[in-house]
Design a protein around this ligand. Structure first.
Ligand SMILES: [Zn+2]
Length: 345
């Protein structure tokens, strides 16, 4: 999560995009583009008093950006949508069945034969099969594309996704934007009181947008939480150098068995300020509740631990900081919430 941010800031196409959007030369184009989009959304919100739910924000932003969502729930749905739009002279819709490959979750198309009451765009949201759990995020992803359209790009715009480019830097940037707005922090913050827990996150998700996936809720709500918290995903993985080793790849040496590591780590703003950080790919300490939940019979648990249990492969130890760790197993990985314990209770 954090690593891609660094890489994106070095991407030429992201720098070009930032400059097209009127952002001056910057070392942090991603942060600047995110801030610009926040200002746009704040302006939209002026028109809607009492917008308190992310789902309402979603409709508002879609409307302001000039698109409607068309949800595809089955192959028959898709056929019907294709026919309807092709009959209206929107021939490009005929390519949808081929373009909605298993990597593509949504496509925004610009109408060429717009009726008087039509908005300029249509965002097709694929909700079939496993894509169903990402519908809410996919909608924000498509809006993310429209948020970063410059006037010039708007003129040339035909569709958000062309084949084979779905993993471009711009796609990653749009995912960052989707994450920012899916759980819009001004809406999450009033509900984020007390101590963070899986139950608290679920309760906020249920209240704000029950159709969002649990993963996007965990990321978005942890980010918006006022108190310090680290969100960790632990899974079996190799040490970075081992994973990249050509020798291991070609089988010249026997690769060691993978160990339980923090494969994804996301500190929220308050954690970053307090210096609460565990680094990506660090090995999970054997005594940690995260290891115990991973190997044990119980699917969840919590324990008081210390940050200094975590060590890098070169022996570097993290600072002494009492922490509370809440862990929960989800399929082949463990999600953990780590918060500092400030005073003995
Ligand atoms: Zn996209």
């Amino acid at each position: 999560m954090t690593r891609s941010g660094v890489k994106l800031n070095e991407s030429t196409s992201i720098h070009v995009l930032a400059s097209d959007l009127g952002i001056r030369l910057t070392v942090n184009p991603v942060g600047d583009i995110v801030a610009l989009c926040h200002r746009k959304v704040e302006k939209f919100l002026v028109d809607l008093e009492n917008c308190s739910k992310p789902s309402e924000l979603l409709s508002l932003v879609a409307n302001k950006l000039g698109t409607i969502f068309v949800e595809i729930r089955s192959d028959a749905d898709l056929q019907q949508v294709v026919e309807e739009y092709v009959n209206r002279g929107e021939l490009v819709f005929a390519t949808l069945p081929d373009e909605l490959t298993h990597e593509v979750f949504g496509i925004t198309l610009k109408l060429v034969n717009r009726g008087r009451f039509d908005l300029p765009y249509v965002s097709i949201i694929d909700c079939r099969g496993p894509k169903a759990s990402r519908v809410y995020f996919t909608k924000w992803h498509e809006l993310g594309h429209l948020l970063i359209l410059t006037d010039q790009r708007r003129f040339a715009f035909k569709r958000t996704h062309t084949l084979h480019e779905y993993k471009s830097p711009e796609e990653s940037l749009v995912d960052v934007l989707a994450g920012e707005f899916a759980y819009y922090s001004p809406m999450v913050k009033p509900l984020a009181t007390g101590e963070i827990s899986f139950e608290a996150i679920e309760a906020i998700r249920d209240e704000l947008c029950p159709d969002g996936s649990m993963t996007s809720a965990m990321i978005g709500i942890t980010k918006a939480w006022p108190g310090p918290c680290l969100l960790i995903e632990a899974a079996l993985a190799h040490k970075k150098a081992q994973g990249d080793s050509l020798q291991a790849m070609f089988g010249f040496i026997t690769a060691p068995a993978p160990t339980l590591r923090a494969v994804n780590v996301m500190p929220n703003e308050a954690a970053r300020r307090q210096g609460l950080q565990i680094f990506r790919n660090f090995r999970v300490p054997q005594g940690s509740i995260i290891s115990r939940v991973f190997t044990g019979d119980s699917f969840h648990g919590e324990a008081r631990e210390n940050l200094n249990w975590w060590k890098a492969s070169d022996g570097t130890q993290l600072p002494n900081m009492p922490i509370l760790v809440r862990a929960r197993r989800i399929r082949q990985s463990v999600h953990a919430l780590v918060v500092p314990i400030s005073a003995p209770r």
